[in-house]
Design a protein around this ligand. Structure first.
Ligand code: SF4
Ligand code: SF4
Ligand code: FES
Length: 261
């Protein structure tokens, strides 16, 4: 029998807890024996159970659904629970996702960032007519292809990987990120939302929105749900340019008009 002995993994973790007085950023190294089907979730639990109970990291679902276990895995944003160690080299470097407020070690407050973004972009169905808001009203049926398209964008789990991998967000903390633009694309598709492009322009028609995107594709590369972020951002940008040009034309009309008087 010639069974290969399991790999020894070296796990380097960037650690720092801003809430512990005097703590400084440093790297702790752990040696782990790889097991079949091992994920980084299993690795981190092993470390916490057998090496260092103080290690901080977040998990809820362990199935790529809750979006809480995002971290930098060898420099690339990804979900720890759905990353197999067999896909990684012997040395694995882990660090918290940048951009988000650090709770400690690998744990970040991405929920706070997401809440702020959702409130800012008003990511809920807007209906002007009062009777439309009647919860006893029977909803109009939706075209299955359209509902499928909406569902596709609704698969976002708000993990923040696209935020952490975004060049614009490193320079402009107010940028809404691919996750925010994806949300706008989702509500724009939904016939129950009565907002018009001019309303969306007020939300994303500037450098903090769709015109801040540098189209470098980092977001789509790292999105664990493989959302079509680029095609949606490109589509939104085209629509917002149209609205922007209309606004500029109106502005020019006014100026010309002003000059006449
Ligand atoms: S394409 Fe735009 S949203 Fe995506 S990572 Fe680049 S700058 Fe950020
Ligand atoms: S768009 Fe993708 S990477 Fe960004 S938060 Fe949603 S699931 Fe995560
Ligand atoms: S633990 Fe829920 S996505 Fe990883």
């Amino acid at each position: 029998m010639n069974e290969q002995s399991p790999r020894k993994l070296t796990i380097n973790i960037l650690r720092y807890d801003p809430h512990v007085k005097g703590d400084k950023p440093h790297v702790d190294t752990f040696e782990i024996e790889e097991a079949p089907g091992m994920t980084l979730f299993i690795v981190l639990n092993d470390i916490r159970e057998h090496h260092d109970a103080s290690l901080k990291f977040d998990f809820v679902c362990r199935a790529g659904i809750c979006g809480s276990c995002g971290m930098l895995i060898n420099g690339r944003p990804g979900l720890a629970c759905s990353t197999l160690t067999s896909k990684l080299p012997d040395v694995i470097n882990l660090a918290p996702l940048p951009v988000f407020e650090l709770i400690g070690d690998l744990s970040v407050y991405n929920g706070k960032w997401m809440r702020g973004m959702n409130e800012r972009l008003e990511t809920w169905i807007h209906q002007k007519e009062k009777e439309m808001r009647d919860i006893n009203r029977i909803e109009e049926p939706m075209d299955p292809d359209l509902s499928e398209e909406i569902y596709e964008l609704d698969r976002c789990i708000e993990c923040g990987c696209c935020v952490a991998g975004c060049g614009t967000l490193q320079m402009n903390e107010n940028f809404v990120g691919a996750v925010g633009l994806n949300k706008i694309a989702r509500y724009r598709l939904d016939p129950r939302d009565e907002r018009e492009d001019a309303d969306y322009y007020e939300l994303i028609g500037d450098e903090d929105g769709v015109f801040g995107c540098m189209t470098l594709l980092g977001c789509e590369d790292v999105c664990p749900k493989k959302l079509p972020l680029q095609s949606k951002i490109a589509y939104l940008r085209r629509q917002m340019v149209k609205i922007g040009l209309t606004k500029d034309i109106h502005k020019c009309d006014c100026l010309e008009h002003d000059e006449e008087y």
